[in-house]
Ligand binder design. Structure first.
Ligand code: B3K
Ligand code: ZN
Length: 876
């Protein structure tokens, strides 16, 4: 397979002004009659017309109404080429068929539990009809859907409904028109037997919008939260960014077979039903929070992605990074900003950092790809969002808004580039982003080394900062980045000092953003009367790794005193990681292990602080994950030692603070009916975090407690928290709880996913065998991506100690499933293969076992482009 390069970008030779589609649905052969009003692109002009098309049967081509003879065009498996075309405007029609029922890749038109639906991003539209399937080809779409009324009473597409009616022999039709020019990747069509819930929204300028969520009949009672979240999102985008909705109707459809979370098709979002359906007894607090965030994300795409779209797929971060930033801000405004920041940084560190530091590292704006679907990555999304956040930090909210306003004003209705975005921000927010732009083209996580020094005679405090960025594939040398680093100085009394930099008349602000732009730079604060402890990178203002000359006692001090909640949490995590890493070493060398008294002490204080937000308290008391420790160790990782070190520390802490944990466990009990709001969710989070410690007390008393928690649960959050705890303990209560849960929920496919993943992520040695037998359980099918993620992906990515079993059985199983899946659904297969990306981090034996599986995959006959790209790059 050949790589596509950013530097080869050329505008299309032809433009499409309007598209009208007539789609006659049939499971085996759906007939698509497309009529394109086209013209030569004055900017590039003429030549052969090459339309994309895959897995299509071509029946007819008409030019200006005349049927073309087959020697007037060429067709191969990927294109339809017409060499001779009249100058100026012309109409091109094609008649093709495609087979939704046989479509297991879930891209293009397919059937999800009997419902016709489409997924066109990135290049699925070419599986529906021949087209210029590229984001800079923007056209006005009219779609007429014809179907059997019994099979598909509901017929939906983008835009507004313009006509509908009955036809002969039980068929009916609907015609939709979308006035906004859009690229084909935003096209959508849904048809089937669907129920719906409805509401209204009046935009700030008075436009009345109908809101509808469509679901499989019977699920209407699980849509209320999603609908409310949609209204909150619409209001928030008006208030925070001045962006209004622009059609008369906004529709969401929930389907059960979907390759990712959701899709922002214009006016017709399609969602994985996991991110719509929620009822207190079936969805956890985390599910509710994800629903709110994803509804918002897809809705926000209407401006960042749809109204202003991407010129080409290399610009993907233009819509994704920016939209993630926007949804993060939304969630921060709806819930706790501190907890949201902690969650986002956790995600960045667990997914983006390993990507950026491994063989699949690529810039936020990549310059080459083999399969674009492999680039919907943590780097493009999460690091992309961090880049927007850094600009926001540098200019502040008001100027950022001005920059965004200018961006929309300049590029509404266009397909834009990262350059366009940076130019608009730079002009609107008045900031020079020349150096900052390197963040988009250089891959790798920069490392910032900080050394602080107090001079008591001069009363100065000096921070010397150095940035380095390791080589990444194809990028041996890096230029320095523009890194905003928020800092504070915490005095011995635990209070922030006022900060006065060298050359400043007077102190101002207690948190300052320092601009690190050189390889090495020194910042000196004056009038520092007492020796402070520096609080570095407050709020995590840049996606870097930071090391400093701070000592363990400084982290102990900061985890008790830092006024910046993110850094308070960070200090606790750094303290605990340091301890765990030392204990891992002790396990390996037979040295003495430490008990972590300061962490227990911190927990005691946090639990005693009645003013502290319980959700934040829950974050404070949790230990870093085994994966996080592995990543910090970075090489020759010993997963068993990490597991042992963390388990032992957890038990020791539980024993040290058991009474405090028990007290809070009781106090945090939520009375009254379940509400998914942040406040109650926070109490449950803290209560369940306490349970997570208590259940492992060596005297066994916690098991009873967990079993009672399970039996007494009146909502899924508590039920699953108890089940998750019990799944890690080899007791009879485990078996009973898993069985009870299964009996209770076997009819509910979303809840069954939880049941699968809880078993797949159990740290008990039996997990691998359980996964193997669950692969044959009726609750599992490899054809449904949610099932694959619940059982296989979670085993491979969230069960470090069992996936990396020393005999390589975990690797062999996952590799086998990657190959099996590749024949059905290459996108999901390639994703799963990502579980091998950090293979170089482990000990020699495991490295060799993993690389053997990667070679087996890379060498397999007939693998997809998707899997080939990941396998070959991971090995390189
Ligand atoms: N834009 C889609 C992702 C499409 C992935 C294609 N493989 C969802 C989102 O980011 O909002
Ligand atoms: Zn998105």
């Amino acid at each position: 397979p050949r790589a596509v390069l950013l530097k080869d970008y050329a505008p299309p030779a032809y433009l499409i002004d309007t598209v009208s589609l007539e789609v006659e649905l049939d499971p085996a052969a759906t007939r698509v009659h497309s009529k394109l009003k086209m013209r030569t692109n004055p900017a590039s002009g003429g030549g052969p017309l090459v339309l994309d098309g895959e897995k299509l049967t071509l029946h007819e081509v008409r030019l200006n109404g005349e049927t073309l003879s087959p020697n007037a065009y060429q067709v191969d498996g990927r294109h339809l080429t017409i060499p001779d075309l009249p100058a100026g405007e012309f109409t091109l029609e094609t008649v093709t068929t495609c087979g939704p029922e046989a479509n297991t890749a879930l891209t293009g038109l397919y059937l999800s539990s009997g419902i016709y639906c489409t997924q066109c991003e990135a290049q699925g539209f070419r599986r529906i009809t021949y087209y210029l399937d590229r984001p800079d080809a923007m056209a006005v779409f009219t779609t007429r859907i014809v179907a059997d009324e019994k099979v598909a009473p509901v017929l939906l597409s983008n835009g507004n409904l313009v006509k509908e009616g009955k036809l002969a022999s039980g068929k009916h039709f609907a015609e939709w028109h979308d006035p906004f020019p859009k690229p084909a990747y935003l096209f959508a069509l849904v048809a089937g037997r669907l129920g719906h819930v409805e509401d209204k929204f009046v935009t700030k300028s008075g436009r009345k919008v109908t809101l509808r969520i469509f679901v499989e009949p019977g699920n209407e009672d699980r849509c209320a939260y999603a609908l409310e979240a949609l209204k909150r999102s619409m209001r928030w985008d008006e208030e925070a960014f001045g962006r209004e909705y622009d059609l008369d109707i906004f529709m969401i459809v929930a389907v059960s077979s979907f390759n990712m979370g959701a899709m922002e098709n214009k006016g017709l979002n399609v969602f994985n039903d996991k991110y719509i359906l929620a009822r207190p007894d079936t969805a956890t607090d985390t599910d509710y929070a994800s629903i709110e965030a994803i509804i918002a994300h897809e809705y926000f795409h209407n401006w960042t992605g749809n109204r202003v779209t991407c010129r080409d797929w290399f610009q993907l971060c233009l819509k994704e990074g920016l939209t993630v930033f926007r949804d993060q801000e939304f969630t921060s405004d709806m819930r706790s900003r501190a907890v949201k920041r902690i969650a986002d940084v956790r995600l960045l560190r667990s997914h983006q950092f390993p990507e950026d530091q491994g063989p699949l590292a690529h810039p936020v704006r990549p310059d080459s790809y083999i399969e674009i679907n492999n680039f919907y990555t943590a780097t493009v999304y999460e690091k992309g969002a961090e880049l927007c956040r850094m600009i926001h930090t540098l200019v502040g909210p008001k100027r950022f808004r001005k920059g965004m306003d200018l961006y929309f004003e300049r590029h509404d209705g266009e397909a834009a580039t990262v350059e366009d975005f940076l130019q608009a921000l730079s002009d609107g927010a008045k900031i020079d982003l020349t150096q900052f732009k390197r963040w988009y083209s250089q891959s790798g996580t920069p490392e910032v080394l900080v050394s602080g020094r107090y001079d008591s005679a001069r009363e100065t405090y000096t921070l010397k900062m150095t940035q380095v960025c390791a080589a990444t594939p194809g990028q041996p040398v890096k230029e320095p980045y523009h890194i905003p680093i928020a800092v504070g100085l915490v005095g011995p009394d635990g209070k922030d000092m006022a900060l006065q930099l060298d050359g400043e008349e007077k102190p101002h602000a207690k948190t300052r953003v320092l601009n690190l732009t050189e390889r090495t730079q020194t910042f000196r604060f004056r009038n520092v009367a007492e020796k402070p402890v520096p609080s570095l990178l407050r709020g995590f203002t840049a996606p870097v790794t930071l090391s400093s000359n701070l000592k363990e006692r400084d982290y102990v001090f900061l985890m008790a005193n830092d006024s910046d909640p993110f850094n308070r949490w960070e200090a606790a995590q750094r303290y605990a990681s340091g301890l765990l890493i030392a204990n891992v070493e002790a396990i390996r060398t037979g040295g003495k292990r430490r008990r972590g008294t300061a962490f227990a002490e911190m927990i005691r204080k946090v639990l005693a602080d009645k003013k502290l937000d319980p959700d934040f308290a829950a974050q404070m008391i949790l230990l870093p994950s085994e994966q996080a420790i592995a990543q910090m160790i970075g090489k020759d990782v010993d997963v068993d030692a990490i597991h042992e070190a963390r388990e032992t520390l957890r038990i020791a802490i539980a024993a040290d603070v058991r009474d405090d944990l028990k007290r809070i466990y009781e106090r945090m009990k939520v009375d009254g009916p379940y509400s998914p709001d942040a406040e109650d969710a926070g109490r449950r989070a803290l209560r369940n975090a306490c349970l997570g410690y208590l259940a492992f007390l060596p005297d066994g008393s916690g098991v009873e407690m967990a079993a009672a928690h399970f039996d007494g649960a009146d909502n899924m959050t508590d039920q699953i928290a108890a089940l998750g705890v019990l799944a890690n303990i080899d007791v009879q209560e485990r078996t009973r709880a898993l069985e009870t849960f299964y009996e209770q929920w076997k009819g509910d496919h979303l809840v069954m996913d939880k049941w699968l993943s809880i078993q797949a992520t159990s740290s008990l040695p039996r997990a691998l065998d359980d996964v193997k037998s669950l692969l044959h359980h009726p609750a599992f099918t490899i054809r449904n991506p949610n099932k694959v993620r619940a059982l296989i992906t979670s085993f491979a990515t969230a069960n470090q100690v069992r996936f990396h079993a020393a005999d390589g059985a975990g690797y062999a199983l996952v590799a086998e499933k990657v190959l099996e899946l590749d024949a059905l659904n290459p996108q999901v297969a390639a994703r799963l293969l990502g579980a091998f990306k950090s293979w170089r981090q482990f000990d020699r034996k495991r490295r060799s076992l993993m690389s053997r599986q990667l070679e087996r995959i890379a060498g397999a006959e007939g693998i997809s482009r998707d899997v080939y790209e990941i396998a070959s790059k991971t090995l390189a």
